[in-house]
Ligand binder design. Structure first.
Ligand SMILES: NC(=O)c1ccc[n+]([C@@H]2O[C@H](COP(=O)([O-])OP(=O)(O)OC[C@H]3O[C@@H](n4cnc5c(N)ncnc54)[C@H](OP(=O)(O)O)[C@@H]3O)[C@@H](O)[C@H]2O)c1
Length: 284
């Protein structure tokens, strides 16, 4: 080991980054503690600084070593052209912003405690497209949080089956169903009927989940009239009309939460060329 030997550090002159470095010589006792230091220049031992990393240094010595490293970085930066530093600064800001957004997303997705939905927003929730997939899962979660539900969907049999399952699992949840085909003719009248059916209910949460996409990827010019109409009706007009029906009650009660299910097609993939109409209808 290095006990009892001589260590060499390159120290920035008087701990300041002046550009010049002087070797500083440390002697250690057999137990590893510092015995003396001197600023003698010793060319014979100049090649020894790598030994420093293996040495037992006092905190003062370690601070000096850290300072020398910092100075080397400062000197490196000073040697760069201004435009390279400007680009590096922009890159640093972009990376910091992305890291912050990732950290916030991780917090919101995995760490943030849930809100007491019933107490905070009200006892009822309306979920559209609750007969399958994400909407169905959300309906179960809301029932587990103590909310009663109005499930909206186009298929009466599937609505009855889901509501039975929810009642069986969450016995305190009251579950009502409303049949509405968002893609069908008479959407405005259907949503008016929904507005009437929830009149008097304290609806605190609305989940606009019902949505359709392409049956398979295709370019914009290949999208047929029926698919285009269905996408716009379900994903845009349905969301707009249902929100318009539910929101006034929330405004009156001064509380409520509206969740519009979007899609990565509208945010992650720029304009998603093979699903362009779907992407356009999913901007939230
Ligand atoms: N799955 C994904 O990877 C993904 C990714 C991003 C965003 N999203 C969005 O998440 C939401 C749910 O997607 P999902 O994958 O769970 O879809 P899903 O399994 O196909 O379920 C869609 C739900 O919407 C209902 N629905 C469809 N067309 C309707 C209409 N014309 N009228 C009334 N209800 C209708 C369906 O009813 P039926 O049971 O009668 O079919 C079903 O309950 C959609 O808004 C979708 O755009 C999905």
């Amino acid at each position: 080991m290095l006990n009892g030997s001589t260590l060499i550090l390159y120290e920035a002159s008087r701990y300041r980054c002046t550009g010049s470095t002087n070797p500083i010589q440390y002697r250690t006792r057999d137990d590893g503690s510092a015995l003396s230091t001197s600023l003698r220049y010793n060319s014979r031992l100049r090649t020894a600084p790598h030994a420093v990393s293996n040495a037992l240094l006092t905190s003062k010595q370690a601070a000096k070593a850290a300072m020398a490293g910092t100075c080397a970085h400062v000197e490196f930066l000073r040697a760069q052209p201004w435009w390279a530093l400007a680009l590096a600064a922009v890159g640093l800001l972009v990376a910091a912003r992305a890291a912050l957004r990732l950290a916030l997303w991780l917090y919101a997705a995995f760490l943030r405690p849930g809100k007491p939905l019933r107490r905070r927003y009200g006892p009822w929730a309306v979920v559209t497209g609750a007969t399958d997939g994400i909407g169905r899962a959300i309906a179960f979660r809301l029932a587990a949080s103590g909310l009663s539900l109005v499930l909206v969907g186009r298929n009466p049999d599937k609505l009855a089956a889901v509501s039975e399952e929810i009642r069986a699992k969450h016995t305190r949840a009251e579950v009502r169903t409303f049949v509405l085909d968002f893609a069908g003719e008479g959407l405005a009248a259907g949503v008016d009927a929904l507005r009437e059916s929830i009149r008097g209910l304290d609806v605190g949460v609305l989940v606009n989940n019902a949505g359709v996409s392409y049956p398979y990827a295709r370019y914009f010019h290949e999208v047929d009239e029926d698919l285009m109409r269905s996408l716009i009706r379900v994903n845009v007009e349905g969301v707009t009309r249902v929100t318009h029906a539910v929101l006034p009650g929330m405004v009156e009660r001064k509380r409520g939460a509206i969740v519009n299910i979007g899609s990565g097609a509208a945010s992650v993939v720029p304009s998603d060329p093979l699903y362009s109409v779907y992407a356009a209808t999913k901007v939230r």
